[in-house]
Design a protein around this ligand. Structure first.
Ligand code: ADP
Length: 345
């Protein structure tokens, strides 16, 4: 294990605990995203790993050594923030060289390393350019080259793409993952954007109220959110309370639902997640048994599918249905639910 935190806790005020008992393992070469809504403690956790914030309790370990009290500049960690603050009066070369000069590298070694880093971020021809003459995306890549140049033992990134527009962010996500992988650097990446976390991370740590809610690969997180909080945060709307009525059957406010997921003992209270792709329209007049009948309350064209909101009694559910259907609010719809697209959280 390269980096480990053991029950890290930090409260800025007696009433609010920013980070509470967080234990985390990060392997060498891993890219780990801390994901969660604003205020959930991501930055505080990152700052404690960096040594910028002193934990109230708990410890930080690196390569088996406790480093909780080691000052930030002696940790050899690199950092990149949203406000990546390049030196505006220096050119690209000088910006990337800055940390190396601080470390007392020779001129020749600096020149070679800067060239290597600029090639890595695809800015080989930009060395003499003023940083003020770069686009936002180019500046961001210079900042990345600068933070990677000294060969940090760990790279920390706090919302590094936060200031960029959406299209640029989409592209840089891919670049960023590829560059981090090519260098093989271990990275801790803070974001509140699930798309970004999915695109960049090997593993995602979902945080809520200063605690870890779930740790999983992006694929596993999407396939099986562990808690209602994680499900909602990932954009799943259809959460239903229910009680197990029989093996594979759960009684809910919208009726009895069959599920493939393993059910706990009969009588157990559970939360179900109905995936948006769980439903298929049952043609009117068709003989159907497990249909879910409701009234369409909203339809939104999403390109590859229709997002359809359905009111079933007092419950509102959202499904993605083929665009070939002509659906409109007020219509009554019968849907067949696929038992394999319903999960127990
Ligand atoms: P995130 O990065 O997930 O947005 P933070 O770690 O910045 O979360 O903040 C966690 C909690 O701690 C929030 O409630 C925030 O208001 C509080 N907090 C953060 N920094 C400070 C500070 N310097 N002083 C007091 N409270 C703070």
């Amino acid at each position: 294990m390269l980096l480990e935190t053991r029950t890290l806790t930090k409260a800025y005020t007696p009433e609010t605990t920013a980070v509470s008992g967080v234990s985390l393992h990060i392997a060498a070469g891993e890219i780990v995203c801390l994901l969660g809504p604003s205020g959930c403690g991501k930055t505080t956790l990152l700052r404690m790993i960096a040594g910028l914030t002193r934990p109230d309790s708990g410890t930080v370990w690196f390569e088996g050594q406790e480093i909780t009290a080691v000052p930030p500049h002696l940790r050899d960690f690199g950092m990149m923030f949203q406000d990546f603050a390049l030196f505006p009066h220096k050119n690209v070369f000088a910006n990337v060289a800055f940390g190396l000069e601080m470390h007392g590298w020779s001129r020749a070694r600096i020149a070679a390393r800067v060239a290597e880093m600029l090639a890595l971020v695809d800015l080989a021809d930009f060395a003499q350019r003023d940083v003020t003459q770069l686009s936002g995306g180019e500046q961001q890549r210079v900042a990345l080259a600068r933070s990677l140049a000294p060969g940090p033992r760990l790279l920390m990134l706090d919302e590094p793409l936060g200031a960029l527009d959406r299209a640029l962010r989409e592209r840089l996500m891919l670049d960023l993952r590829q560059i981090l992988q090519r260098v093989g650097v271990t990275a801790v990446y803070v974001t509140h954007d699930q798309t970004e976390a999915f695109a960049i991370a090997d593993r995602i740590v979902v945080m809520n109220g200063g605690q870890i809610e779930q740790i999983a690969t992006p694929q596993a997180l999407y396939a099986r959110p562990a808690t209602p909080f994680v499900a909602r945060f990932l954009g799943f709307h259809n959460l239903l309370a229910g009680v197990v009525a029989a093996p594979g059957v759960v009684e809910t406010a919208v009726g009895q639902l069959r599920i493939d997921d393993e059910t706990p003992a009969v009588g157990t209270a559970v939360t179900l997640l109905l995936r948006p792709e769980a439903a298929a329209i049952v043609a009117s007049g068709a003989k159907q048994e497990a249909g879910l009948q409701g009234t369409v309350t909203a339809v939104s064209f999403r390109g590859r599918y229709l997002q359809v909101w359905l009111a079933v009694a007092a419950t509102r559910l959202m499904f993605e249905l083929p665009i070939t259907y002509d659906l409109h609010p007020g219509q009554t719809l019968t849907l067949a639910l696929s038992p394999k697209s319903i999960l127990i959280l």
